[in-house]
Write a protein that binds this ligand. Structure first.
Ligand code: ATP
Length: 742
């Protein structure tokens, strides 16, 4: 269950629901199992008749029961709760894929929630000295606002999301009700579930119009130590992404749909940023990601259940979902034990802990004794907690202190609490002063460390930006003569082929760069302006209009392409990634990023592929089409077992920024449209497909990502689902709908 001794990767389980409502039979989505184990691959036949495969450690087919999922993937996580750790289980998938069925189920087929509650309410703590009590809270995120489901939903106010001093995100003023029996829970839960926003769509009679989050707190009272551990189980039933064409949503549901899709899009961006090790993770861009922060790169143990709907109708959604899952499985969390002093009362503590005085944050930190961490549990990192050996005298006020799960590293340095030796029996006031001082010192140390890290990261970013700018300056200030003798400036294609004529390439480059110069100046001005705005407002991408986002994405792509031309793949990759943040729906751009990542990671040349002939090209550029075909025909086949021709639609990288902007259109009308660097690269770059490159590709143990040509039914592309290869972009386009209250 836990990936390693220091961190925990989010576990993924994929579930394909059976056909319902006379859905037509086809085998577009299948589960391929090598043996009888749960681990298997999901295969999807895409529009080009390629078979894409996504391996997962747990796959459930149409015949799998609710009990199967619960026993194999959920029940083993419950032990962790007894250690005072947070466990998050969330169901993700397109609308009508079976998320609510999996989480909640029905009276005849109870899902994860009733089964978990039955288990934890009946199972005593393995240490008889520890007493258990439970509290539940339940809320929904509807149109990016949080509403309590345990009160009167009709009059429920919007609740704020806040962060406490320990960095934990919580919903303020949320009801938290004690439960001790299954019946109590059932009565609370079924009433609250009826209050959840639900509406009928063409795809689902009872489609969830909100994300629903049920939290069960297991308070483990250790009377001997006067401590309370809190195991938290967070059960998330996400609203499904929607395509309004399929759901038949009316106008009144569009706002719901847009909110659902936007929050899921931000979820995809968070996962992507975590995968990239980005400095800024956009948790704050939606309430959903803010609330799930602990589950994504935080301190929770996580299980993601991806629900899949069968059939060709859901093919693209399935690819998007599997791509999301593939990226999520790389996210590492660092679970910790949630421990509090004995004055803990959940309902009282459901508010931020007081912050230290501002002045205290600017005092020099004093050397503090490290916390004494129990070692008795290290043999089994998630085994039920044994007798504690913590010798820390607890602070008298109620407060969360996070201590690493034995065997699992914490994401923050251990909270430096005073040791027993430091805290001698003193008169009450002295003792309190000492404890408060220790807590303040801990806060100061954490704050200073955070500030220092932030400063270093900013400095590094500025340094990189300056280096990039200097490079652009250098290139513009020169007369951009080709530099065939410098390895790093020779186009990678030349190196790869070993047969290209340098003079020809120089001619191509010279012409190309000349045409780019005007565009480049314009782009540089624009990008500097944007960077300036980004510094002022980290959420630029969220405030730009869709059209401006497309333009910005286009600007980054064009600049990225220039660096790629120069063989500066790493800079180019960064620029492509920046572009992607503005046009996250652009599948072709994502493909290009994947290719670049592969090339950079493996220190291989970037394989440029010819533009696929467009319908319009037969009118305007017959020669180019024919050249393109010649090039395609000479391209290498890749991967012995899965012969796939490497063909790419270069200009589609700009598809998020299709030529729909007024300025672009008017330029086109006036016949002044600037030559597109993407197209020029495709048509002008010599293709090296024979000889050494072909050999190199075939010998390469790492199959480069590829997009096979249409019309090759037997082509197979393996997806390792690890986020750096042959995957597809998450469904981010807001095309879903929901109904319910406003
Ligand atoms: N494994 C399954 N076995 C039988 N029926 C299922 C299964 N999964 C889903 N269904 C049925 O499919 C329909 C849609 O499922 P469900 O409401 O759970 O989808 P959902 O993903 O939660 O949709 P939405 O996002 O719109 O809320 C329901 O009628 C449900 O009973």
């Amino acid at each position: 269950m836990v990936a390693g001794p220091t961190t925990h990767k989010i576990r993924i389980a994929a579930r394909l629901r059976p056909r319902i409502n006379n859905e037509p039979e086809d085998d577009c989505i299948r589960i391929i199992r090598n043996d009888n184990s749960r681990s298997a691959s999901i295969s999807v036949t895409n529009q080009r008749n390629q078979v894409l495969t996504f391996p997962f450690s747990s796959c459930y087919d149409q015949d799998a029961t609710q009990e199967d999922i619960y026993n194999d993937d959920v029940k083993p996580l419950l032990d962790v709760l007894h250690n005072g750790v947070t466990v998050t289980i969330f169901a993700y998938g397109v609308t009508s894929s079976g998320k609510t069925h999996t989480m909640q189920g029905s009276s005849t087929q109870p899902g994860i929630i009733p089964r978990v509650m039955h288990e934890i309410l009946h199972r005593p703590h393995p240490d008889p000295g520890k007493k258990l009590s439970f509290n539940v809270s339940y809320f929904e995120i509807y149109k990016d606002e949080v509403y309590d489901l345990l009160g009167d939903r009709e009059t429920a106010p919007k609740l704020p999301v806040r962060e406490n001093d320990a960095g934990q995100i919580f919903v303020a003023n949320l009801s938290s009700l004690p439960v001790s029996t299954e019946q109590e829970f059932q009565s609370i839960y079924s009433k609250a579930s009826k209050a959840r926003s639900v509406g009928a769509t063409n795809l689902n009679r009872a489609s969830s119009r909100s994300h629903a989050i049920l939290t069960v707190e297991m308070n483990i009272l250790d009377e001997e130590r006067q401590k309370t551990l809190t195991g938290k189980l967070v059960l998330v039933d996400l609203a499904g992404s929607e395509n309004n064409k399929m759901t038949g949503n009316d106008a009144s549901r569009m706002a719901e749909s847009a909110a659902i899709n936007k929050s899921l899009s931000v979820l995809g961006q968070v996962v992507h940023a975590l995968n990239q090790g980005a400095f800024r993770i956009p948790y704050r861009n939606s309430k959903l990601t803010r609330i799930l922060q602990d589950a994504l790169g935080g301190t929770s143990v996580g299980l993601l259940i991806v629900n899949l709907a069968p059939g060709i109708k859901f093919r693209q959604d399935t690819l998007n979902t599997l791509n999301f899952a593939g990226r999520t499985k790389n996210i590492e969390n660092k679970p910790v034990i949630n421990e509090r002093g004995n004055a803990y009362h959940p309902s009282v503590d459901n508010k931020p802990a007081p912050k230290p005085h501002f002045a205290a944050l600017h005092q020099a930190p004093q050397k503090m004794a490290a916390a004494v961490i129990p070692t008795s549990l290290t043999s089994n990192d998630l085994a039920p907690a044994g007798p504690s050996r913590v010798t820390v005298k607890p602070p008298s006020r109620s407060r969360t202190s996070m201590i690493p799960v034995p065997g699992i590293q914490t994401s923050k340095p251990p909270t430096p609490l005073p040791t027993v030796a430091e805290v001698q029996p003193q008169p009450m006031t002295l003792e309190m002063n000492e404890q408060i001082a220790a807590l303040v010192r801990a806060e100061v140390a954490r704050e200073l460390e955070r500030q220092e890290k932030e400063k270093l990261a900013k400095e590094e970013e500025v340094r990189k930006e300056r280096a990039e700018e200097a490079e652009v300056e250098r290139r513009l200030s020169l007369d951009i003569k080709p530099e065939p003798s410098q390895d790093d400036d020779v186009p990678m294609e030349t190196e790869a082929s070993g047969s290209a004529n340098p003079d020809q390439i120089n001619d191509v480059l010279e012409g190309l760069l000349k045409h780019h110069r005007d565009l480049d100046n314009e782009l540089r001005t624009r990008l500097s302006e944007l960077e300036r705005k980004v510094k002022e407002d980290n959420h630029l991408a969220t405030v730009l209009s869709p059209s401006s986002k497309k333009k910005t994405g286009r600007a980054y792509v064009a600049l990225a392409r220039e660096y790629s031309q120069k063989g500066r793949l790493e800079i180019s990759l960064e620029l492509y990634r920046k572009a992607w943040t503005y046009v996250p729906d652009n599948a072709k751009l994502q493909d290009r990023i994947v290719e670049m990542e592969w090339a950079v990671k493996n220190n291989k040349p970037l394989l440029l592929s010819p533009k696929r002939a467009k319908k319009s090209s037969r009118h305007s550029r017959p020669k180019r089409s024919s050249r393109s075909s010649r090039q395609k025909s000479s391209l290498p086949s890749v991967s012995a077992g899965a012969s796939v021709e490497y063909v790419k639609e270069e200009e589609d990288e700009n598809e998020g920024a299709d030529d729909t902007s007024e300025s672009w259109r008017s330029r086109t009308r006036a016949g002044k449209r600037k030559r597109d660097p993407l197209k020029e690269e495709v048509t002008n770059s010599p293709q090296k497909t024979s000889g050494p490159l072909k050999d190199q590709l075939q010998d390469d143990p790492v199959t480069p990502p590829k997009r096979p040509r249409k019309g090759r039914p037997s082509d197979i592309v393996e997806s390792d689902g690890d986020g750096d290869g042959d995957e597809w972009v998450p469904a981010t386009s807001p095309r879903k709908v929901r109904s319910g209250r406003d």
